[in-house]
Design a protein around this ligand. Structure first.
Ligand SMILES: [Zn+2]
Length: 114
């Protein structure tokens, strides 16, 4: 996530943008933590992912919590690699969905396939 730039980060760097609100929920300011972990859309997606992986759900609020959660799962090496791949893919899909909404106005069918 080192190269992803939220709307708030752009505004903080002096770039004029029409809105800093999250394009997915339009409730909060878009930060990386909000977009990937605290947005209602992200929360719903992570709930599905955790259920699909059959792992214990936890309250992940940022990337540090995510790594702490991965470390706490005590998964064997094979399942850990699968879980990491699913987590990385989920983060990427959330970012891609956000970009689809921002640049394509495609808010209706982003996660229908999940
Ligand atoms: Zn949101």
């Amino acid at each position: 996530m080192g190269t992803t730039i939220s709307r708030k980060a752009l505004r903080d760097r002096g770039i004029v943008i029409p809105s800093v609100e999250c394009p997915l929920c339009a409730i909060e300011v878009e930060t990386m933590e909000h977009l990937f972990f605290n947005c209602p859309v992200a929360i719903d997606v992570w709930a599905l992912v955790v259920r699909w992986l059959s792992v214990q759900p936890v309250n992940v609020r940022d990337i540090g919590d995510l790594f702490d959660w991965l470390d706490s799962t005590n998964l064997n090496a094979k399942k850990r690699k699968v879980t990491e791949a699913v987590v990385a893919t989920t983060l990427w899909m959330l970012w891609r969905y956000r970009n689809d909404v921002v640049y394509e106005g495609d808010a209706d069918d982003g996660f229908k396939s999940i």
